[in-house]
Design a binder for this molecule. Structure first.
Ligand code: PGA
Length: 246
């Protein structure tokens, strides 16, 4: 059985005091649950602090593909590993659109993760105009082919995929379960075509306005192995409520 993952993407939110409040609440209400792996993708400045708390997997929202050098403002995988951060997000739509990260650059990040045996969540998703033209499946296939599906089978255990339709991120609009099932089954088919049975083991998460009202129906879709959660992860209480929605 594939593991379930619930990942908080805090983006550029929460002050240090607010993170402390989040942790206090989390630690008070957290119940050990072997079914779901909880992850926190926190702003870089909190990673070392958070990765000392051993109840939760802590990961970075971004990484630079090279190991060290004159790259002001960037963080490398060996640096993340040195503070025991466990994984990284690659290809989030905000990095693709606001910071113009290209498919080729994302491929470099994927390769760097493989080189350093570092886990990653690879994000993909179409915008509204592509969805309206019903071009989303070929678009997603091209996106995955461009940066991800060259991955060697031996590195597949590092990979989680997140399908995040851009039109549903932070908008309050969620893809419906038919739309989610269609895309997740399509990504699963691509994984199996490329990697055989091992492709069937890769977790595929859904992201985009998941909240405590819609989580149960989304998480019960057959090919949905969890969620990547923005807004609803900023309060520990709602994040923990989502964790109990599986
Ligand atoms: P959202 O963000 O849950 O606020 O829509 C999800 C994401 O961007 O990962």
């Amino acid at each position: 059985m594939r593991k379930k993952i619930l990942a908080a993407n805090w983006k550029m939110n929460l002050s240090a005091d607010e993170v402390q409040d989040w942790l206090t609440q989390f630690q008070a209400d957290f119940c050990e649950n072997d079914l779901v792996e909880l992850r926190l993708y926190a702003p870089a400045l909190y990673l070392q602090w958070l990765s000392g708390k051993n109840t939760i997997h802590v990961g970075a929202q971004n990484v630079y593909p090279l190991e060290s050098g004159a790259f002001t403002g960037e963080i490398s995988i060996p640096q993340l590993q040195s503070i025991e951060a466990k994984s990284v997000l690659i290809g989030h739509s905000e990095r693709r659109s606001i910071f113009q990260e290209s498919d080729a650059f994302l491929k470099e990040k994927v390769d760097a993760c493989c080189q350093h045996e570092f886990s990653f969540i690879f994000c993909c998703g179409e915008d509204l105009s592509i969805r309206q033209k019903q071009d989303h499946l070929p678009f997603l296939e091209a996106q995955l082919n461009a940066s991800l599906l060259h991955l060697n089978k031996i590195h597949l255990s590092l990979l989680t995929i997140a399908y995040e339709p851009i039109w549903a991120i932070g908008t309050g609009e969620t893809a419906n379960t038919d739309q989610i099932n269609e895309v997740h089954a399509f990504i699963r088919k691509l994984l199996v075509q490329n990697y055989g049975d091992r492709g069937a083991q890769v977790p595929i998460l859904y992201g985009g306005s998941v909240n405590t009202n819609n989580a149960q129906s989304i998480f019960s879709c057959p090919d949905v192995d969890g969620g990547l959660i923005g807004g609803a992860s900023l309060k520990a209480s709602s994040f923990l409520e989502l964790a109990s929605s599986f």
